[in-house]
Ligand binder design. Structure first.
Ligand SMILES: [Mg+2]
Length: 308
């Protein structure tokens, strides 16, 4: 990492390691993770942001709710012309609502299987799907067998409450509406998906599995090109990604400027591709920090002074 604070350098020297990651402002060490506080994001870069792709659960939400500050931040960005596209593992049914009623430019759901954008002028829902209807039906049938295996071999596992509204994947709840499963149980579920030939991703609340090659990043690129009329390039300062967990890592890796909200520390041991910057506040409060940082950098009258 190009920038180390004095504290970081001192710790590196004392422990005789060149790349010991640590946040100067936090009393936590981050094994294997190199991150910089949001306050080190160059203002001229933040001023150039035009499109924000963001995870929803535990990035926009906090303790399971979309709180007022985060929803206000979405409205602030919308009002000032910064386009926001939530990118989530949540189901198609949710995405229809989000695209219609939130101040966003569209939404990518089911881990990249689909994207919805509501055209307010023509009152139509524009949709993009990663798979044909026939492939979707076939893959859902294959997932039914995987589901039976998981529920049989991991007795405490339960389907996610939003499973009935999904079109492409199988979501196992590990902490949203159920007692938290152990890391061993989570890994066992991931292994069952893998042995069946499915892709599995662990979000902050669910383990999602699906057949096919879609992912969030490929749908973000497709959506940016066809809906936002801008190519999603690795090094653009106009596009950023915000997230909080291992299933955000492909985006953290791709976007030259990515941001984790502070609760990403819960996954520090498992991150191979950390975000570029990290907020000091959790979930939607961290998202609000990013929103304020961008809008202040763009001269919109917001304050960056409460970065903690
Ligand atoms: Mg999340």
């Amino acid at each position: 990492m190009a920038t180390f604070t004095t504290l970081e350098l001192r710790l590196c020297f004392n422990q005789r390691r060149l790349h010991l990651p640590v946040f100067a402002r936090w009393p936590l060490l981050y094994p294997r993770v190199l991150v910089r506080p949001l306050s080190e994001w160059p203002v001229h870069e933040a001023a150039g942001v035009q499109i924000i792709f963001t995870d929803i659960d535990d990035t926009l939400t906090h303790e399971g709710m979309l709180k007022a500050n985060a929803f206000q931040a979405l409205w602030d960005l919308y009002t000032h012309g910064v386009r926001v596209v939530p990118v989530t593992g949540r189901p198609a049914g949710w995405c229809d609502h989000i695209a219609r009623m939130w101040p966003v430019s569209g939404v990518i759901g089911e881990n990249g299987a689909l994207a919805f954008r509501y055209d307010r002028d023509n009152q139509t829902m524009d949709t993009w799907f990663a798979q044909s209807s026939a492939d979707r039906t076939n893959n859902i049938n294959r997932l039914a067998t995987v589901k039976e295996t998981i529920l049989r071999e991991v007795p405490r596992a339960q389907l996610a409450s939003d499973q009935p509204y999904r079109l492409h994947d199988l979501a196992i709840d590990y902490c949203e509406d159920v007692p938290r499963l152990s890391q061993q149980e989570i890994q066992q579920i991931v292994s069952i998906f893998a042995e069946a030939g499915a892709t599995a991703k662990v979000s902050s609340i669910h383990i999602n599995g699906w057949f096919g090659t879609f992912d969030k990043l490929s749908m973000m690129k497709r959506f940016a090109k066809h809906c936002l009329q801008t190519p999603l390039t690795h090094n653009s300062i106009e596009h950023i990604y915000i997230g909080d967990s291992p299933n955000d890592e492909p985006a953290f890796s791709y976007f030259a400027r990515s941001i984790g909200v502070a609760n990403i520390r819960n996954f520090a041991d498992n991150l191979q591709h950390p975000p570029t910057f990290v907020t000091t506040l959790d979930g939607g409060f961290g998202f609000s920090q990013v929103s304020n940082y961008i809008l202040e950098s763009q001269g919109a009258g917001y304050s960056r002074n409460h970065l903690g």
